[in-house]
Design a protein around this ligand. Structure first.
Ligand SMILES: NC(=O)C1=CN([C@@H]2O[C@H](COP(=O)(O)OP(=O)(O)OC[C@H]3O[C@@H](n4cnc5c(N)ncnc54)[C@H](O)[C@@H]3O)[C@@H](O)[C@H]2O)C=CC1
Ligand SMILES: O=C([O-])CC(=O)C(=O)O
Length: 326
């Protein structure tokens, strides 16, 4: 048996955790042994013990060990992958950015703990909202970990966009490639169909309905989180866990040939996105590394939307700078 991949999950007793842990343990990252290291706040440890009892009861063949605790440095010791989920979710009527001050402090502490304790090859995926700026906070507080090891989750938005496009065109989700989410995991995000393909043809041309793209598709994807909160009374959990798995699997194992994925990563200035912001881009991945897809033509319609979302990210960066978090 190969050495287990040590995977930390924070907020493990929460809603997303309750789906994510079982997906990870049952092979979402591939058929490989994994060790789970689960971080919670002290009052949630008892509930987490119950979740671990359930993990035990599944007798997952690839789950070699589970450790739980409330000390981030101990839990992050030697981890190869850290999935930072633990943070307060928004309720009805809130924007994700409203969580900045409540959740930002979690990511300073966890950035420092990862810096001190994680394995040299660690990859860190941030799901807790506001995900992009939380990733920026963790990255800035972990100066010894290369910046490219941090990403924030926009894979859920990417998956939502594929699903909406499949429903509109009658195509299978398997035929839809090269979807892109640009910018922030917020209502300003820009799901881009102009570079996407359906069965090898340009997706915007297949749709042939600019009004639908503008007035239906983009707002439906961008506001899907709020629609789920309205319907469920709680924010998306199983789909967020599924996207967290998809993103981690593709990061570690590589994106498919002839396709790309959306990940929020540190901007190097590509596509005019201010350097240093954690913004979503089309990326290809291989062996735990990502590369921003280059050379896409950005027309005026797309330019305005990318700029609006990255302006919001810049404002969030200013806000957390003023809060002393970075
Ligand atoms: N990026 C994305 O696509 C999505 C992000 N989210 C976000 O994920 C986060 C978690 O959502 P849920 O699981 O539904 O929330 P939840 O409230 O059910 O669970 C959060 C858990 O985090 C724990 N926690 C709080 N502070 C912690 C700390 N310092 N260390 C470790 N654990 C801590 C809490 O005790 C709780 O058990 C929220 O911020 C939510 O908005 C949710 C859906 C999609
Ligand atoms: O909308 C929320 O607050 C939860 C979330 O991030 C999503 O479902 O995309």
């Amino acid at each position: 048996m190969s050495t287990p991949l040590k995977v930390a999950v924070t907020g493990a007793a929460g809603q997303i955790g309750y789906s994510l842990l079982f997906r990870l343990a049952s092979g979402a990252l591939g058929d490989r042994p994994i060790e789970l290291r689960l971080l919670e706040i002290t009052p949630a440890l008892k509930a987490l013990e119950g979740v671990v009892m359930e993990l035990d009861d599944c007798a997952f063949p690839n789950l070699t060990a589970v450790e739980i605790g409330d000390d981030a440095e101990k839990i992050f010791d030697g981890v190869n992958l850290a999935l930072l989920v633990g943070a307060r979710p928004r309720g009805p009527g809130m924007e994700r950015g409203d969580l900045l001050s409540a959740n930002g402090a979690i990511f300073t502490a966890q950035g420092k703990a990862l810096n001190a304790a994680a394995a040299d090859d660690v990859r860190i995926g941030v799901t807790g909202n506001p995900a992009n700026t939380n990733a920026l906070i963790a990255m800035t507080n972990a100066p010894d970990i290369p910046d490219e090891r941090f990403s924030a989750l926009t894979r859920l938005d990417h998956n939502r966009a594929i699903s909406q496009l499949a429903a509109k065109t009658g195509a299978s989700v398997n035929d839809i490639k090269k979807m892109t989410i640009w910018g922030n995991h917020s209502a300003t995000q820009y799901p881009d169909v102009f570079h996407a393909e359906i069965g090898g043809k340009n997706a915007a041309e297949v749709v042939g309905d600019q009004a639908w793209i503008e007035n239906d598709f983009i707002p439906t994807v961008a506001k899907r989180g709020a629609a789920i909160i309205d319907a469920r009374g709680a924010s998306s959990a199983a789909s967020a866990a599924s996207a967290t798995c998809d993103a981690a699997r593709d990061w570690l194992n590589g994106s498919a040939e002839g396709d790309w994925v959306s990940m929020a990563v540190r901007s190097d200035g590509s596509y005019g996105v201010p350097e240093g912001l954690i913004s979503s881009f089309p990326v290809t991945t291989k062996d735990g590394n990502w590369e921003i897809v280059q050379g896409l033509e950005i027309d005026e319609f797309s330019r305005a939307r990318i700029d609006a979302s990255t302006a919001e990210l810049a404002e969030e960066r200013t806000a957390v700078t003023e809060l002393g978090l970075i």
